[in-house]
Design a protein around this ligand. Structure first.
Ligand code: CAO
Length: 416
């Protein structure tokens, strides 16, 4: 048994982050992903945020593992012929160009379907059909237009974007699921289909619980939000809620020992109802177990900020890992705020392949995040990203079926 997606060939027209995240996942699951890049130029991220001169950036290498790179000018005459052959030979085509780019290349969906009716054509755009359908979009635009920014940050501060790339990588993940679903559908019908995911829609999907709260607002204040306990009235829209858990079990980020100098000496602490008694004992407030003002979750709702202030007096006496060590045996859900440095050095993440060291011919060894989705019969091995055009001749010969003379002619014309 090979890898789960072995035998699936992907024509990868993606660039920057959202599309490459999707095709990298497919490649990790065993698909043959052929990344098409402009001759001499390549994916713009190869040259962005460079840490070493003239070497593919970490931005590029960390999003393009396990792929082959073919340079191709899809606007040249030879390029169009090669591209048509690739559409014939591939199962999936993925792109995240600006709206209209693929049509201008001369390959609208109708034509792709005509060339290969089994083709699954997947694309990321900033917006779905509507007033903004022609707009170019980057990560933080999607975070703002999809509802994440208006609900992230503190009540008295401006809207805030998150470091998690929910617009780009989040949409790429959604798209990958759409592609695999369409492949499953093709098994039964023999036909491909179009798969589209707008970044605004993907972000909104990830902010689903905030849309839930928007509707709950019509029936009264959101009592699990800290602002309720602080006596601050609610407005018309779901507010920013700082570090509130957003769920039925209140939570907050609390200072731990060393917070004055260490920006990550914090722990997320959840006062789950089932373990309330253990929390009261730990923080030296055993009387809260029976006090009618604190004994039940409902009674505590108007005191959430105060309760966390008291718990913090306890967490400040311990380092974040000690808090975790003490709380875990008591089933109190909590988690230290881990820095990127700590995550990079965490042995258990190395052991599972979630953090991987990769060797690269021009960069040397670098660290990357491997496949977070683990399949027992199809484990992922992380293979370094390709150099620009590294597999051009190989793909032209074995996939497109060109002779050595035809390959030489394509080079001479500047088409590859
Ligand atoms: N051969 C010939 N031409 C090529 C080519 C190839 N192999 N690959 C790309 N091109 C051309 C395209 O044809 C297009 O040219 P025209 O506009 O003249 O038709 C151009 O290169 C690239 O188009 P673009 O508009 O997509 O690129 P950009 O850098 O200006 O914009 C981005 C980047 C991300 C804003 C835009 O692609 C976009 O909005 N994509 C959809 C949303 C998205 O994915 N955003 C996430 C970005 S981070 O992941």
């Amino acid at each position: 048994m090979g890898k789960a997606l072995e035998g699936i060939r992907v024509l990868d027209m993606t660039h920057v982050q959202s599309g490459p995240t999707c095709t990298q996942l497919l490649a990790w699951f065993g698909a043959d992903v052929i990344k098409i890049e402009r001759p001499g130029v390549g994916d713009a991220t190869r040259g962005q945020l460079r840490d070493i001169p003239n070497v593919d950036s970490l931005y590029f290498t960390m999003l393009n593992h396990n792929k082959r790179s073919l340079t191709l000018d899809t606007k040249s005459a030879i390029g169009k012929k090669i591209f048509t052959r690739l559409i014939e030979e591939c199962d999936v085509m993925v792109e995240n160009f600006a709206p209209g780019v693929i049509d201008r290349m001369g390959f609208p969906w109708e034509k792709i379907q005509e060339i290969n009716p089994r083709m699954i054509y997947a694309s990321v755009k900033g917006f779905g059909p509507g007033p903004y359908e022609d707009c170019k979009v980057y990560e933080n635009v999607a975070q703002c237009t999809g509802g994440a920014a208006s609900t992230t940050g503190f009540l008295d501060g401006p809207p805030t974007v998150t470091g998690a790339q929910i617009g780009d990588s989040g949409t790429g993940l959604h798209l990958a699921l759409g592609i695999v679903t369409a492949l499953y559908h093709r098994e039964r019908t023999g036909r491909g289909q179009r798969v589209e995911c707008a970044m605004q829609d993907a972000v909104l999907n990830l902010c689903r619980v905030k849309m839930r709260d928007q509707q709950r607002l019509a029936h009264g204040p959101l009592k699990e939000y800290s602002q309720y306990g602080q006596g601050i009235p609610f407005g018309e829209a779901t507010p920013r809620a700082g570090n509130d858990s957003g769920g039925g079990q209140p939570g907050w980020i609390l200072k731990c020992k060393g917070w004055e100098t260490d920006p990550n000496a914090y722990v997320y602490f959840i006062t789950q109802a089932a373990v309330w008694g253990s929390i009261c004992d730990l923080i030296g407030k055993p009387e809260w177990k029976t006090d009618p003002g604190y004994a039940t979750p409902d009674a505590r709702l108007d005191k959430i900020p105060h309760i966390f202030d008291v718990i913090e007096e306890w967490t400040k006496t311990l380092d974040k890992f000690e808090v975790m060590r003490i709380c875990n045996p008591l089933n109190i859900p909590c988690g230290p705020v881990l820095s990127m440095k700590e995550l990079a050095e965490e042995p258990s993440l190395r052991a599972t392949g979630t953090v991987v060291e990769v060797d690269h011919p021009t960069r040397g060894t670098y660290l990357t995040v491997g496949n977070p989705i683990k399949l027992s019969a199809s484990p992922s091995e992380v293979v370094r990203s390709p150099l620009l055009g590294e597999h051009t001749d190989e793909v032209l010969r074995t996939v497109v079926g060109l002779s050595d003379e035809e390959i030489a002619a394509a080079h001479q014309e500047g088409a590859v």
